[in-house]
Write a protein that binds this ligand. Structure first.
Ligand code: CTP
Ligand code: CA
Length: 222
């Protein structure tokens, strides 16, 4: 069997992971969301726990059982995820933001179900706060890893996000590739650091991708 990691090499580290999609309510029966299933984030939480880290997982609505030995915080919307991340950020060493946060929410959530009429319906959307952007402004000793889900210009788009959000790494994910991205067991990613170095990984199970991310962090820390 391949050696993925050294035993307990994250011991003493506090790792915060965000996973899954967020839901932005339109009315009591409808919401806007995205294709994220949480598999990548949950694999990261499991990998960190297996390496001895103290792990907190902030999760949007998903259908996965939380890994044992991991502190789980369930959130619903992007605003709730923002509050939870801000609350925990000061106390941690590594933040891995694999969640697919909704960029927009309905400007007005209707308290009652919206009834159909003969007219077209227009829903006004307002911007959610960019959690990573805000975190990037207040970061001190923490190592921050973002994810970038892209359909085109993968490396250029991902690198721009490292700069804009003051990240240490970004995991660039081409979601148009087969056996990669949303809902799949495997992923094909490139790990890019803030110096622009690119580690191109082959298609592999999400838990192995998770270990590769921690391997990079630990290698550069030494
Ligand atoms: N992110 C965040 N808060 C948001 C939106 C995104 O923290 N409101 C984080 C994601 O968790 C991810 C990273 O930012 O780690 C990149 O997300 P992505 O959707 O790829 O980038 P955006 O900056 O939202 O740009 P766009 O969707 O236009 O590509
Ligand atoms: Ca986005």
């Amino acid at each position: 069997e391949m050696l993925l990691y050294k035993n307990k090499d994250l011991k003493g580290k506090k790792v915060l992971v965000t996973a899954g999609p967020t839901r932005e309510d339109i009315d009591p029966v409808r919401f806007i969301t995205n294709r994220s299933t949480g598999k990548m984030g949950y694999a990261i939480a499991r990998a960190a726990r297996n390496r001895g880290a103290d792990v907190t997982l902030i999760s949007g609505p998903v259908n996965i059982k939380p890994p044992e030995g991991v502190r789980i915080i369930n959130v619903y919307s992007a605003e709730e995820m923002y509050d939870a991340v801000i609350r925990h950020f000061n106390d941690i060493d590594i933040l891995i933001k694999s969640a697919a946060v909704a960029d927009y929410r309905p400007a007005n959530r209707s308290e009652l179900k919206i009834k159909k009429t003969d007219d077209d319906l227009y829903i006004e959307l307002t911007r959610n706060k960019d959690i990573l952007l805000e975190i990037g402004k207040i970061k001190k000793h923490q190592i921050i890893v973002g994810f970038a889900a892209e359909t085109n210009d993968l490396v250029a788009n991902a690198m721009a996000k490292i700069k804009k959000k003051n990240l240490d790494y970004i995991v660039a994910n081409d979601v148009t590739m087969e056996k990669s991205g949303f809902g799949t067991e495997n992923n094909t990613v490139k790990i890019i650091n803030k110096f622009g170095e690119i580690i191109e990984l082959p298609n592999m199970p999400k838990e192995e991708v998770a270990h590769e991310i921690f391997n990079q962090i630990l290698k550069n820390e030494r």
